[in-house]
Every structure is written in C-alpha cells, then in structure tokens.
Design a protein around this ligand. Structure first.
Ligand code: PA5
Length: 358
C-alpha cells in the first residue's frame, strides 16, 4: 500500500488496531511468562478446568479448550454467564478472566467461587477483579492494560495456556510457545500494511467480504471455536453481521439455510477453515459441502491452517488462522470506512446496567 493509501488507512484506524493485531503473537510469550507464579502453585491434578469470562476475555478459554481437545485427561469448560455450574467445587481449577477487571458476570462467578471454598485464579489488567483477588489472597495474574480486550488475546490466552499445562491438560512448554509465536509472527508480517499485496491473504479476504455476510465454518476439533472468534472479530472490529458454525453438526441443520431465497443468498460468503488433523469423515463432509454450497452464495474460500502436522504442531496451526481472522477483520473495517476500535453498542449496554442498583 502506498503512502496515500496508508494515510487513508490510519485516518480510519485511528487507534492503530492493525499494528496491534499484527504484533499480537508476541503478547503470547508475555502472557505465558506472567502466569509463571500462579502456575507454580498448581499441581498436575488433571481435575476439570473452568474458565469464566465474557466476550474478548472468554476467547482464550475457548482456544484452550480446543487445544486440549478430545485427548485431554479432563474437560476444559468456558462459562460465559453469571452463574457457576453446581459441579464447580473446591477441586475445580477455576480461572476468572476479565481484561478490564470490571465485568459483572465474571465478578459474580468470582464471588460465588469464594463462597464455595474455591480459590479462583484471576487474570486481569486491573479493575475490581484485581482488587478483590488481592483482598481474598487468591492467585492474581496481572497483564498489560490499555488495549481493547479482543486485541489482547495473547495476553489473555498465554496465562491460560500456562495454567492448563501446569494442571496437566495441555502438552505445551516454553519451546512449543516460542515456536508457535515465531511462526505466527512471520505469518502476521505477511498481512502488515506495508507487505506485498500478492501475499496479503487477509487484505484479499477483506476485499472479497465487502458487502457480504461471512458464514465461517470449521471441522470442529482443533478449530472448533475459531469460526466463533472470526465472527466476533467481524462483529466488533468490522461492524459487520457474521455467522459461525462447525462440522459435522452444521450438515444436519444449517446447510438447509442455503436454500434461502436468491436475494438472501447473494449476501452469503462462505469461509471454510480447515486443519490437516480434522477427522477424515469430517474432511469428506467439508469437501462435499463446499462443492454443493460454493455456487449458491456470493463467493467462497477455503483456508488451511499452517504448521507441522501432529499434536506437536497444534498450537502453531491454531495461531496461524487466529491471526488471519483478526487481521482480516481490521482490513474489512477499513474497507467499510469504520474505525475498528470503538464498540459503542457494547459500551452503551454496560453503561446502562452499570447505573442500576443490584
Ligand atoms: O471485545 C470486547 O470489548 C468485549 O467482548 C469485552 O471483552 C467483554 O465485554 C468483557 O469485558 P472484559 O474483557 O473487560 O471483561
């Protein structure tokens, strides 16, 4: 992009969200290190892990659950609500994540956990969650503040990775994290504003999605929650409607939505995220479904994760497509002439509820 294009870009992306997400992979190392002390308090007990958080602060937990996957010795649950499930007890590894530290749903879970005799780990940049964790003497992981939570995904995911590893739920160590961050950083640099247009898949994708509704699908497994992350990024950064679903389930219901009227289908753009380790029958379903749906909408694209095959490459492959979605959503925002950073409607609702007595 020439100087004029870059100036126009920065005029819209005033808070430089693009630079933050391109540099994002480096946050993961910092987040991983920030949780060293809290992880040191855990034993590899392999009891269920529950992660409370909302929106951008829940995203790291969803990624951790996918990384742990079906082979994990105990489940990883993400709780995005006020209520803690009754099975959460003293023995559950409970982590409350709120980037601002002031999200009421997460604070309520934190309080309930204390009442149950649980000692939740808090991950936050400050706010009430930090204050209350200090007061209760529970483990506190402090991460750098000042970013939109969704642009702090590495700071939020890194500590969870470390806690999940110390608890025996994911097989990740310093070296795995360093390798994944290195690869993700190289991939992200291909999507930078000054990068060669021919290799900038994020920008190319954003241009294709302009004026369309992305329907983002994956094969479950390692990428189970990635369509949802992409959807949320298109919602919040691009100010676009978007939908997410996973195979094989979507072949049993959502696929029928592609029989909508032609006028509706003209708005659909199919984005299929694939991983080499997707179940073979899921791969077969994805191929057949792609061939069936591609002619029906406004366009379609297949995007493959990048990284070594097998369990050792899971984190690298997951991050490769996380970065692509994050950056594409920022380019799409600018295509629409929208600043990716403000989230007025989300803030309006928080402000409204914040004024009410509880
Ligand atoms: O992207 C966002 O800003 C939101 O989804 C927030 O993450 C969400 O509202 C929760 O706030 P916090 O992350 O500060 O707990």
């Amino acid at each position: 992009m020439g100087t004029e294009g870059a100036d126009r870009f920065h005029h819209i992306d005033r808070s430089r969200m693009l630079e933050t997400v391109v540099a994002g992979p480096g946050q993961l190392i910092e987040g991983w290190r920030a949780a060293a002390d809290a992880a040191g308090l855990l034993s590899s007990r392999r009891t269920p892990m529950a992660i409370c958080g909302m929106g951008g602060s829940a995203a790291g937990g969803l990624l951790l659950g996918d990384l742990a996957g079906a082979g994990a010795p105990a489940p990883v649950h993400v709780i995005r609500n006020y209520l803690l499930p009754s099975w959460v007890g003293e023995d559950t590894l409970l982590v409350c994540v709120s980037y601002s530290g002031d999200t009421e749903e997460t604070l309520e879970c934190f309080h309930n956990a204390l009442l149950r005799g649980n000692r939740p780990v808090a991950i936050t940049s400050g706010g009430r969650l930090a204050e209350e964790a200090r007061r209760a003497g529970t483990p506190l992981v402090t991460i750098p503040g000042g970013l939109p939570p969704r642009a702090a995904i590495g700071y939020l995911f890194g500590p969870l990775l470390r806690l999940g590893a110390a608890h025996g739920l994911v097989d990740v160590d310093d070296e795995t994290v360093a390798r994944a961050v290195h690869r993700a950083g190289k991939i992200a640099s291909r999507y930078a504003l000054e990068a060669d247009l021919a290799g900038n898949v994020a920008l190319q994708l954003a241009k294709k999605l302009y004026g369309r509704i992305p329907l983002v699908y994956s094969g479950g497994g390692l990428l189970a929650n990635l369509p949802y992350r992409w959807k949320c990024q298109f919602n919040e950064n691009s100010k676009s409607m978007a939908f997410a679903n996973v195979f094989p389930e979507l072949g049993h219901n959502e696929v029928m939505g592609w029989e909508s009227t032609e006028r509706m289908r003209e708005g659909f753009f199919l984005v299929m995220l694939r991983d080499a380790a997707d179940h073979p029958r899921v791969q077969r379903r994805m191929d057949a479904t792609y061939a069936m749906l591609e002619p029906l909408g406004a366009g379609a694209t297949l995007l493959d994760s990048e990284g070594p095959p097998g369990r050792a490459g899971r984190l690298e492959r997951l991050l490769s497509l996380l970065v692509l979605g994050d950056v594409a959503s920022v380019y799409l925002a600018v295509e629409y002439g929208k600043d990716p950073t403000p989230i007025d409607k989300i803030q309006e609702i928080k402000d409204l509820l914040g004024t009410e007595d509880r």
